[in-house]
Design a binder for this molecule. Structure first.
Ligand code: HEM
Length: 516
């Protein structure tokens, strides 16, 4: 009966036959939309500020997103829901809520959003850090943990770190006579880049065609591309036009081509039969994996090698340098802490002339200085973005699939609920405490936690410690003439990069310690 009247209605309306099924779908679609809305209305979503049409809460995120998000969280609580353009986003800013995201519901919350910039740089997510959760990620993560981050492998690169720190100390010593301030920020970036280059590619980056300043820029650009979202992601369709007008795609393409041609060049060099292989670097390892994996699915190709290399050297080159920079800045601003750390390392190393990696485990106060630096200045204040793959509840609130999740470890590290005098640089707070950054203490998460925790912790730790130990052992450090400790600024650089650096380059005057 119903069918007949529908056919009659169709005939009366003279609608071409292919449209009939579609017409029938309309009420069905309406029913589902209503059902979905009913579900949303019945959900207990996290609180959050009012949204503007189209842009949602985008206007409330300033140039230092972790700070804007902290302000919002102070008002609305530790789990906040925002709408960034069309992207539902949840902010997490308490240790308890972080525990739920990164431990209790880690499996549901450990994917990554698929943003266009990352997609391009990683050859369509053939990397580890930005690839969504799944079998491919599990396989690659297992491979890099085994091949690159085992204790044995980290120790095998010890000679690289010690040599490069030695070169840094020599280069500082060479400029002592002028008694002018040295730009340490630049030197720390060079140190970190050299270590990363030698462990990844087998050679020092000064020996490449890359102009030093250009290399610094490309790394920065790549980190910006990794963090930033295209307008198309916030506003589908219309955003594509905006991206064309702002040159967003051209920017991604420029960085991609520059890095890709560099990586292709170093891979080709490794494949030359005349190449002398002294120690296995990361490209050698990846080329070996390519051979071992030949014939298996999914194929492991040069694109995978490039994407993984990119992860390793972008993660390694910048984060280490940023941490050493913040640590030295805090020490210069806190002469009491500087003296105590110097006394420890000088007492321990005596007249040895340098500190080596066997010594650093004994330097307890230095370890506390590093922890305190990472508490106040985690290089990735919002970790890497995560995405929920299915529904879950965090602190009793509904989190829907495809929600972007930012864990604000910067805010958690400054919360007076967990830290006494949180804005003060007091390494002693870690004395006799078991709180560590290995992902078990949710009030202190500079390396994240759960399945996606940073696999480079040990490598980062020894690099930072060996550099700091020698800088403190070999020199006393003065502020530039006329500058008082209170005048030293610790502002963060507003920018789009994944890592947060100091706004001003760190310039200090070194004075040789007589015993060295
Ligand atoms: C101070 C130094 C470093 C800091 C603070 C740091 C921090 C982080 C953070 C916060 C994440 C995201 C964790 C999450 O989503 O929960 C991460 C991921 C990662 N880090 Fe590090 N990192 C550092 C050094 C390194 C180094 C030296 C390497 C390698 C050479 C490295 C390789 C990676 C990789 C491959 C990932 C992605 C892991 C995944 O998604 O499975 N990191 N790191």
């Amino acid at each position: 009966m119903l069918r007949r009247s529908l056919i009659e209605a169709w005939r009366a309306l003279n609608i071409p036959s292919p449209w009939l099924p579609l017409l029938l779908l309309v009420p069905l679609l309406g029913f589902f939309i209503k059902k979905m809305r009913f579900r949303r209305d019945n959900q207990h979503l996290p609180p959050g500020p009012n949204r503007l049409p189209i842009i949602g809460n985008l206007h409330q995120i300033g140039p230092l997103p972790h700070k804007s998000m902290w302000q919002i969280s102070k008002k609305y609580g530790p789990v906040v829901q925002l709408q960034l353009g069309c992207i539902p986003t949840v902010l997490i800013s308490s240790a308890e809520a972080a525990n739920e995201v990164l431990k209790v519901h880690d499996l549901v919350c450990c994917s990554r959003p698929q943003f266009a910039g990352c997609r391009r740089l990683t050859h369509n997510f053939k990397d580890v850090a930005f690839t969504p959760y799944g079998d491919y990620w599990k396989k690659m993560r297992k491979m890099i943990v085994l091949e690159f981050f085992s204790l044995k492998r980290v120790q095998s690169f010890r000679y690289v770190r010690e040599e490069e720190v030695g070169l840094l100390i020599n280069s500082i010593s060479d400029s002592l006579s002028s008694a002018t301030p040295i730009n340490l920020t630049e030197k720390f970036f060079d140190l970190s880049a050299n270590i990363t280059f030698r462990t990844s590619f087998g050679f020092n980056y000064h020996g490449t065609d890359f102009d030093k300043n250009r290399f610094h820029e490309v790394v920065h650009e790549a980190l910006v591309v990794e963090r930033s979202l295209s307008a198309d992601e916030y506003f589908p369709y219309i955003g594509r036009l905006v991206d064309r007008l702002t040159g967003y795609h051209a920017r991604i393409e420029r960085v991609f081509l520059e890095l890709d041609s560099f990586l292709q060049h170093v891979i080709d060099d490794h494949l030359k039969p005349e190449r002398k292989k002294e120690k296995e670097d990361m490209i050698d390892v990846l080329l070996r994996v390519e051979q071992e994996e030949a014939g298996t699915e999914p194929q492991f190709t040069k694109e995978n090698i490039k994407a993984i290399l990119l992860n390793l050297f972008l993660a390694g080159a910048d984060t280490g340098a940023v941490t050493i920079d913040w640590a030295m800045a805090e020490l210069a601003k806190n002469p009491r802490v500087m003296k105590k750390a110097q006394d420890e390392v000088r007492k321990f190393a005596g007249n040895k002339g340098k500190v080596n990696e066997d010594d650093i485990e004994e330097l307890e106060y230095l370890n506390m200085v590093m922890k305190e630096t990472l508490r106040l200045h985690p290089p990735a204040p919002l970790l890497l973005p995560r995405e929920a793959t299915s529904h879950c509840k965090i602190n009793g609130y509904d989190i829907n699939p495809k929600t972007l999740i930012h864990v604000n470890v910067w805010a958690i590290g400054r919360d007076p609920k967990y830290w006494k005098d949180p804005e003060e640089f007091i390494p002693e707070r870690f004395e006799g405490s078991s709180v560590d950054f290995k992902g078990h203490n949710f009030e202190f998460l500079p390396f994240g936690a759960g399945r996606r925790i940073c696999p480079g912790i040990q490598m980062a730790k020894v690099t930072i410690q060996i550099a700091l130990a020698n800088l403190l052992y070999c020199f006393d450090w003065n502020l530039p003439r006329g500058m008082k400790v209170e005048e030293m600024r610790m502002d963060e650089k507003a920018g789009e990069s994944l890592t947060v650096t100091r706004n001003d380059p760190l310039c200090l005057v070194p004075v040789k310690y007589p015993q060295v």
